[in-house]
Design a binder for this molecule. Structure first.
Ligand SMILES: [Zn+2]
Length: 126
């Protein structure tokens, strides 16, 4: 599971939507792919049809895999429990509440995927 934070947003305007989109792709290619090969960087490109001309909006995100952070966090919970010879073998996770939070995020993603129905089926065929 990835966790992302928006770092910039940018608009590309041109005479047509296609041109605006191509300019956006060119910008990504020059400024992101060529420089760090999209390492920990993700983007979203949306058409903005309200302005009446070609306009696309780019949002750039930095992302991390939360699994690593989660596992490290709960290692600390385990160590903490161990240090106090907790006979009931309960981890401090009862206090950190990370596992139930993570479970809710996973459920949320599952719901989103299920809601995308045909769109998801189409993608998987590619
Ligand atoms: Zn924990």
């Amino acid at each position: 599971m990835l966790i992302a934070e928006k770092i910039i947003s940018k608009q590309f305007k041109a005479k047509t939507m296609k041109q605006a989109y191509l300019e956006c792709c060119k910008w990504i290619s020059t400024n992101i792919i060529a420089k760090n090969n999209s390492k920990n960087i993700s983007y979203s490109i949306k058409k903005n049809e309200s302005s009446g001309i070609g306009c696309v909006e780019l949002e750039v995100y930095v992302f991390a895999d939360e699994k690593e952070v989660f596992e490290h966090n709960c290692e600390i919970c385990k160590e903490f429990a161990g240090a106090f010879f907790n006979k009931e073998n309960k981890y401090r996770c009862e206090v950190c509440k990370t596992p139930p939070y993570r479970k809710r995020l996973e459920t949320k993603l599952e719901t989103l995927k299920n809601g995308m129905g045909d769109f998801m089926k189409g993608l998987k065929k590619l």
